[in-house]
Design a protein around this ligand. Structure first.
Ligand code: PRX
Length: 659
């Protein structure tokens, strides 16, 4: 991390919005931005209330904007009723968008399929009618374990149409994680596919669902709907399993949207926190949709003829907010991509931008860094070989973008003419929090710039005192906002403890460290907890540690992140075996077995890149594992620091690895 931070702090270039872009932007110039901020500060109820009345269609109007009486359990627009799917689809049937392309789906093998808003609406209605016909109703919960597809988005929308709360599980998570989530949300419906196609390979999904449902406490699941993607063989349980195409077959093309209370949980999305078990982040219907729609319009400066491509998977919050919901409510034509950026070669993204004439491209720094590397090693895949002139705006999300990558993105992909919006936010925030408005905010590479209108942030010390510019501290959000997390599903106490600890005076604690510069610009320095960021995916170090310790050969384990130029961080595990320390000859086999174990128990994305073995963990006198020292070992391959405060300094001498 230290290298990245150093290079961030010396960054001084400023990129003003180009006059043409500024003139055409919805929020044009810093005065317009300041005016919105001032309005929100002066009259928050008026600001949010007017926005909610203008941006959303209500079935029952709300009379109250924000109810803070049970803080931090905030309630927004809570006596109002609406339907999220109606706001994402039906509204476009009557506003001139009916025949506009809603989704352009490109499969792993390059096959392209497009649907208009009218066709997508009909599809969602048929699926919703099919699901309702199976007896599912508002208040039920569904797990979605699906590949990137029109079907996955249609199923999310169909759930929203019926008031069924969904929880999407990323396809890269294992059976065990899937089982955990099925049990935790008490799902009665699971929607999956036979397989997902990635990089020319079919990766089974239904098999993982079968295995998860063979586990305990899953009796509530009555039905498994299966989207036929690969056509490969699947096991079938009659009565429980149904093909998605059979479920929608012959159902009507219209389906009355079920009005839900503004606070009705639209979805639950699991994310890693600082203790072992992932947290089910519960989001609302109205507040969530309002802010994801508004932020999509502001931050991406959405125009009616834009072709928007967010490369995130729907298994993550970015795919929820800026594909399935906010971007759809904003009426954007969107690209949905099944495959991976490097298949058939590392020019895939650029070729797709060229072919589909993408105007707004939103991706993660890890993808940018890997494509920078690829264009150096296989120069034919460099963006300069593709016509990218359709692009007018670039976005970044998920982790800090180092200034070098920012400038490459700006120059090589954006031809120096496209603003780069670096958007800081989290699963818990629902939508963008700190991000530029591209027609207003001067950009500084590596900074996510300023809070959006209506959002109030601060950087504070351990006691919650505001810190001056140049001082790093906890990034907090000091006022509630409509898309904020409502609670941790089934664990209200954990919600309060994790996000609103008393010393922060009621502010939302993000778990990130940040500092501000003299212009008030925000620079994210990294997490304050043990959460790792690997290829933009959020992983809990503690979760991987407890998984390793659950392996029969492991007595103790510690997991740290090692900075990696492409993936941001790499998972490095330190393991004390129960039996004898393996010698150099046996260590690779044990390391391999442990990697497979983590892949099976958590998911392939959590696999340790490197494993070290030792006969003890370095500990402080009070018995805490010194992860700080392990981080140095992971980074340098040896220890150069003073180890005199250790209870057992020789623990480090016996460490061997990496394997
Ligand atoms: O550490 C921050 C980092 O990603 C974390 C949130 O991860 P997740 O909930 O998975 O959501 C990712 C997509 C919104 C944050 O706590 N992060 C996200 N965006 C940025 C970022 N770090 C720096 N700059 C960003 N733009």
């Amino acid at each position: 991390m230290s290298g990245a931070i150093d290079s961030i702090l010396v960054e001084e270039r400023v990129f003003e919005p180009a006059p043409g872009f500024k003139a055409a932007a919805a929020v044009s110039g810093m005065e317009a931005y300041q005016a919105l901020r001032e309005h929100a500060r002066r009259d928050p109820d008026g600001f949010w209330g007017d926005m909610a009345r203008e941006a959303l269609v209500w079935r029952k109007p709300f009379t109250r904007v924000l109810d803070e009486s049970d803080a931090p359990f905030y309630r927004w627009f809570d006596d109002g009723e609406l339907n999220v799917s109606e706001n994402c689809l039906d509204v476009h049937l009557s506003n001139g968008n009916a025949d506009k392309t809603a989704l352009i789906f490109e499969a792993d093998d390059g096959a392209v399929q497009t649907v208009s808003f009218r066709a997508l609406h009909a599809r969602v209605c048929r699926i919703a009618n099919g699901i309702a016909n199976l007896g599912y109703r508002k208040g039920d919960r569904a797990i979605l374990y699906m590949p990137m597809s029109i079907e996955a988005i249609a199923c999310m929308q169909a759930c929203a149409r019926l008031g069924i709360t969904h929880s999407v599980v990323f396809g890269g998570f294992s059976t065990k994680s899937l089982h955990q989530r099925i049990v935790d949300v008490q799902a009665s419906l699971v929607i999956t596919a036979d397989a997902q196609m990635r990089g020319g390979r079919a990766i089974p999904l239904k098999a993982a669902v079968d295995e998860a449902l063979a586990g305990p406490d899953t009796e509530r699941v009555r039905q498994v709907l299966v989207y036929r993607r690969s056509g490969g063989p699947v096991d079938w349980q009659d009565g429980r399993d149904c093909w998605l195409h059979d479920v929608e077959q012959g159902r009507p093309d219209t389906c009355e949207p079920v009005p839900v209370e503004a606070e009705h949980p639209l979805f639950i999305l699991y994310t890693s926190g600082s203790t072992g078990k992932p947290k089910g982040v519960q989001h609302s219907s109205a507040g969530y949709l309002l802010w994801t729609k508004m932020s999509a319009q502001w931050v991406f400066d959405a125009k009616p003829d834009d072709v928007f491509w967010c490369t995130a998977d729907i298994g993550w919050v970015t795919g929820h907010s800026y594909i399935a919901y906010g971007a759809m409510a904003a009426g954007l034509t969107q690209i949905v991509f099944e495959g991976v950026p490097t298949y058939p070669d590392a020019g895939r993204f650029w070729d797709m931008i060229r072919r589909h004439k993408v105007t707004i491209f939103y991706t993660a720094p890890t993808a940018i860094r890997s494509l920078i590397k690829a264009s150096a090693t296989t120069p034919g895949t460099a963006p300069r070989h593709y016509d990218l002139s359709s692009l007018r705006l670039l976005g970044s999300v998920g982790e800090p973008i180092n200034p070098e990558a920012w400038v490459w993105y700006h120059q090589q992909v954006g031809g120096g003419r496209c603003p780069v919006v670096d958007t800081w936010w989290q699963t818990e925030t629902g939508g963008h929090i700190v991000a530029p408005l591209p027609g207003a905010t001067p950009l500084k590479p590596g900074s996510c710039t300023l809070p959006l209108p209506g959002i109030e942030i601060d950087v504070v010390d351990e006691a919650g005192n505001s810190l001056p510019e140049g001082k790093g501290g906890h990034l907090v959000i000091t006022r509630p906002w409509p898309a904020m997390i409502r609670t941790v599903w089934g664990d209200a106490e954990r919600y309060v403890k994790s996000y609103f600890p008393p010393e922060f005076g009621g502010a939302y604690l993000s778990g990130d460290n940040a500092q501000r510069d003299a212009d008030g610009y925000c620079w994210i320095l990294g997490r304050t907890d043990d959460v790792l960021s690997v290829s933009g995916h959020r992983l809990g170090g503690t979760e991987i540690e407890s998984t390793l310790v659950a392996h029969e050969a492991v007595a103790e384990a510690a997991v740290v992140g090692r900075p990696d130029p492409v993936t941001g961080e790499a998972v490095v595990a330190f393991v004390v075996p129960k039996d004898e320390l393996p010698g150099e000859a046996d260590a690779p086999a044990l390391a391999g077995a442990l990697r497979d174990w983590v892949a099976r128990e958590v998911g392939p994305i959590a696999k340790p890149r490197e494993i070290w073995f030792g006969n003890a963990m370095p500990k402080t006198r009070s018995g805490k594992i010194m992860r700080r020292l392990l981080r140095i070992v992971a980074e340098n391959g040896e220890i150069t620091q003073d180890t005199s405060t250790l209870e057992n300094p020789d623990a480090l001498n016996r460490l061997h690895g990496p394997y």
